[in-house]
Design a protein around this ligand. Structure first.
Ligand code: HEC
Ligand code: HEC
Length: 370
């Protein structure tokens, strides 16, 4: 008997839930006076990123200029796991400030398994105006920020669901009002959310306090081994081998400006690359096997290395370049055996370690706001 009633209750429960959800769907949100946000002041204050001496100006899209409120909203969204299907993963799960916005893994862990490539640092991303992702499949930071949410491995959510969660949230509607001047909760949408995230990302800028930057400004000398590495990196001394690095990871950004093949995958032709990289996006076979040249700023903090995460240490990376890499028809001609001595390899390593900027790791403006 008892069991029978129990079943009946569950039956009624489910029926009620269905009815309730049915009602929720039919509520006409736009007529709800609770949606009105106009009583919240909208006074946007434009934000100018503090850019180190020698850096280029940051180009901000005219339709998404940075404001204090926009950056604050973007930072909250960046750290908020409600962007994922089960509230377990935020952007910051794979882009941790203490690892220069990477995650220390060769492949990232999302809501549903492991990503195909390793996470990328976001430091100075606002200067990398070429394209985003290892294969360049997003043209802008705004466009990029749309993709992780609906990526089945990374966050596994759908934007309409995220929009509903943000509209119903106790504080986000007023944050969106302050950032974008929207008049009603119903105006919250994915385009504003991704604009805010992009603003936050553009605020993540090198501080100019790395040993390299202080050396370039004439504030400090480098150690002898760092200086020898510097000369080889940029080929500034013809009596030393040209390590070629500066041709692709050039100052002041040290990367983010090109897509090239640095000999990670052997391929007899242009079509047999296991990961086609840029070629998948452009459809041009001469782009197959080319990947974004990442910045080497803070490279000491972002192991393991390459889109594959195949090198655990920078020593292994330098061995790779010293060997000239694996052959394929579009391997860059700059990848040739370097014949560096052991001490030259360690000088080169000492130099790239001068690119470490620890201030951004602890900058309170980039930390979790919750
Ligand atoms: C599950 C881990 C994971 C999550 C969650 C994640 N990312 Fe990423 N991110 C990655 C990986 C992996 C890549 C490289 C993927 C590729 O190139 O195929 C990447 C690349 C990027 C890039 C490209 C950087 C460049 O220089 O080209 C940006 C920007 C970025 N992510 C921002 C975000 C934002 C914003 C969010 C949240 C909306 C987010 N990521 C969520 C793992 C993640
Ligand atoms: C032909 C251009 C080119 C040259 C020359 C070059 N690189 Fe790279 N570098 C790249 C590309 C492209 C990648 C990304 C490859 C990938 O993951 O598919 C990369 C990746 C790296 C990475 C890993 C970055 C990360 O975020 O995982 C390091 C470290 C690095 N290079 C250091 C160097 C050093 C040191 C030199 C000089 C010895 C050098 N590179 C020379 C193009 C180049």
């Amino acid at each position: 008997m008892k069991f029978g009633y129990g079943k009946l209750f569950i039956g009624y429960g489910i029926l009620l839930m269905i009815l309730f959800q049915g009602c929720q769907d039919t509520i006409n949100i736009p007529t709800d006076p609770d949606n009105d946000l106009t009583s919240i002041p909208y006074n946007p204050v434009l934000y100018q990123p503090i850019i180190p001496v020698g850096f280029p100006a940051m180009e901000q899209p005219a339709e998404n200029l940075m404001t204090n409120a926009g950056i604050q909203l973007g930072r909250k969204l960046f750290y908020d796991p409600i962007l994922s299907v089960d509230s377990s993963v935020s952007c910051a799960s794979c882009h941790l400030p203490e690892l220069s916005f990477t995650d220390g893994l060769s492949r990232s862990q999302g809501v549903n398994g492991t990503t195909a490539r390793g996470a990328m640092s976001l430091l100075d991303a606002g200067f990398h105006n070429i394209r985003f992702f290892w294969d360049g499949r997003a043209a802008t930071l705004e466009e990029q920020a749309h993709l992780p949410v609906e990526d089945p491995i990374e966050m596994g959510e759908m934007w309409p669901e995220v929009e509903a969660k943000l509209k119903a949230h106790p504080t986000y509607p007023s944050d969106f009002r302050k950032a974008f001047g929207i008049e009603s909760k119903t105006m919250i949408n994915k385009d504003l959310a991704t604009k805010a995230i992009a603003q936050f990302e553009r605020s993540i800028v090198s501080s100019g306090k790395s040993r390299y930057d202080r050396f370039v400004r004439g504030e400090i000398f480098l150690e002898d081994n760092e200086y020898t590495g510097y000369l080889m990196y940029f080929n500034f001394d013809q009596s030393l081998p040209d390590a070629q690095c500066g041709h692709c990871h050039n100052a002041p950004l040290f990367g983010g400006e090109d897509f090239l093949n640095n000999g990670l995958q052997a391929s007899p032709d242009l079509i047999s690359f296991a990961d086609k990289g840029l070629g998948m996006v452009t459809g041009n076979i001469s782009d197959n096997g080319k990947f974004k040249v990442p910045s080497l700023r803070n490279i000491a903090l972002t192991a393991p290395f390459m889109h594959t995460g195949q090198f655990a240490t920078l020593e292994e990376v330098i061995e790779h370049y010293d060997s000239g890499g694996l052959d394929s028809p579009n391997k860059s001609s700059l990848l040739q055996p370097l014949h560096l001595t052991e001490s030259q390899k360690s000088d080169l390593l000492a130099f790239i370690l001068t690119l470490t900027d620890t201030t951004i790791l602890t900058n309170p403006d980039y930390q979790n706001p919750f």
